[in-house]
Design a protein around this ligand. Structure first.
Ligand code: MRU
Length: 351
C-alpha cells in the first residue's frame, strides 16, 4: 500500500495531486481501477498517459474529470506540448461528463489570456483555482443536501440508496451525493446506506463501499437488480445520485442504472435527488435526447458475466433520467425543486 495515500483524518481522499520533482511536473493519480485492493499511484508526465488514464477510468467521475482536464492542460503547458492538440485529446477522452470539457476550456482560456513566459504558471493557477472551487462546492452541496433531507424525510435516521461512486474519489472535496450522505453520517442521522454494486465496472462495490468503510458508515451492498425488492419492503427513504451532465431542461445523465432507480422511486413515492455542482450543468445541451451517452466496450460486460464465446454485449456507460422523475437537483448554489429548465437556469445564473 503506497503511504502517499494513507487515510487522512478528514476522510478526504486525495484522488489527484500536482507535483514538481526536479525531472519536471507530474500529475499523480490514485489509480481507481486498483481499488479497493490496492492504493496505487499513477504518475502522468504527459498528456497521452493522462488520456489513457481517463479512458481506462483510473481517474473518473464528473467533477474529478474537470480537474484532470485542467491539470492536463497545465501539464501540456509546462512540458511544451501543443495546447490546442492537448485540449482536443483531453476533452474528447470521454464524451458524457461535461466537466471534462469545462475544465479543459477554463485552462485553455487561462493559457490564452496570459503573457508569453507566464502561461504555464497561469494555467496551473487556474487548475488550482478550479480544484479549490470544487472542494468548496462539495461543502456547500453537503449543507444544502442535508437541509433538503431533513425536509423530505422528517424524523431523520435516513435509509439512503445510492448508485455508482460520488464521494471524495470524484472530487476536490467530499463529493456530491456521497458528500451529502457523509454529512448525514457525521450528524448521526444515517441509519443505512444502501450501495448498488453498479455493473459492469462495480464503482459502487469497489469505490463507494471503500469510502463508506473508511468513514465507518452503516452500509449494505446490493446487486443492482435487488433495488426493487428494497423499495417494496419500504427500506428506502430517499435515493441520492450524482450527475455527469444535466441538460437545460433538467434531464440528467448519470451512471447506467440510475434511470431505473428513478422509475422505481416514483412508483414507490420515494424522493429521487440528484446532487451535482453547476459545472455539471450544460445549458447548451437542450434536453436529455441531446446528451451524448458514452458506449463502452462490450467486454466490460462479458468479462464480468461468463457467456458463450462471441456473445455481444450492450454497454452504455450512462442513462438519462427525465426531469419529471427527479424530486430535486442540489448544487452548490442551492436546490431546484420542482425541476424545470427555468428554475435551473435561474439558479445557475446566481453568483
Ligand atoms: O464512468 P464513471 O465512473 O466516470 O461514472 C461517473 C460516475 O461516477 C457517476 O455517473 C456519478 O454518479 C456521477 S460523477 C459524481
Amino acid at each position: 500500500m503506497g503511504d502517499q495515500f494513507a487515510r487522512p483524518e478528514s476522510g478526504v481522499i486525495p484522488a489527484l495531486r500536482w507535483e514538481e520533482p526536479p525531472e519536471g511536473p507530474v500529475l499523480v493519480l490514485l489509480d481507481q481501477t486498483r481499488l479497493p485492493q490496492e492504493e496505487v499511484e499513477l504518475m502522468c508526465t504527459d498528456v497521452q498517459a493522462l488520456v489513457g488514464a481517463i479512458r481506462d477510468l483510473a481517474v473518473r467521475g464528473a467533477p474529478l474529470l474537470g480537474l484532470a482536464g485542467a491539470y492536463g492542460i497545465a501539464l501540456a503547458a509546462a512540458r511544451g506540448y501543443d495546447i490546442h492538440e492537448a485540449a482536443e485529446l483531453l476533452a474528447r477522452a470521454r464524451p458524457t461528463a461535461v466537466n471534462l470539457e469545462y475544465g479543459v476550456r477554463r485552462a485553455v482560456a487561462a493559457f490564452e489570456g496570459a503573457q508569453d513566459g507566464r502561461r504555464a504558471e497561469a494555467v496551473l493557477a487556474e487548475a488550482r483555482a478550479l480544484h479549490a472551487e470544487d472542494a468548496a462546492a462539495s461543502t456547500a452541496m453537503a449543507a444544502h443536501g442535508e437541509r433538503l433531507l431533513a425536509e423530505l424525510v422528517p424524523g431523520g435516521g435516513y435509509r439512503l440508496l445510492t448508485h455508482c461512486n460520488t464521494g471524495a474519489l470524484v472530487s476536490g472535496g467530499e463529493g456530491t451525493a456521497l458528500g451529502v450522505v457523509m454529512a448525514a453520517h457525521k450528524a448521526g442521522e444515517l441509519r443505512r446506506l444502501w450501495v448498488d454494486e453498479t455493473r459492469p465496472l462495480l464503482q459502487g462495490a469497489r469505490l463507494t463501499a471503500y469510502e463508506a468503510a473508511r468513514a465507518e458508515m452503516p452500509y449494505t451492498l446490493l446487486a443492482d437488480c435487488a433495488a426493487g425488492s428494497l423499495f417494496t419492503a419500504g427500506e428506502v427513504d430517499a435515493v441520492l445520485v450524482g450527475a455527469d451532465r444535466i441538460a437545460a431542461d433538467g434531464s440528467t445523465a448519470n451512471k447506467v442504472g440510475s434511470y431505473p432507480l428513478a422509475v422505481l422511486a416514483k412508483y414507490h413515492h420515494v424522493p429521487f435527488v440528484v446532487v451535482a455542482p453547476t459545472t455539471s450543468v450544460d445549458l447548451r445541451t437542450p434536453d436529455g435526447a441531446s446528451i451524448e451517452v458514452e458506449q463502452r466496450a462490450g467486454s466490460e460486460v462479458t468479462d464480468l458475466a461468463p457467456s458463450p464465446l462471441g456473445t455481444q454485449a450492450y454497454n452504455p456507460a450512462f442513462d438519462v433520467t427525465p426531469p419529471e422523475l427527479i424530486t430535486a437537483i442540489v448544487t452548490e448554489k442551492g436546490v431546484v425543486s420542482p425541476v424545470t429548465g427555468e428554475r435551473l437556469a435561474e439558479m445557475c445564473s446566481q453568483q
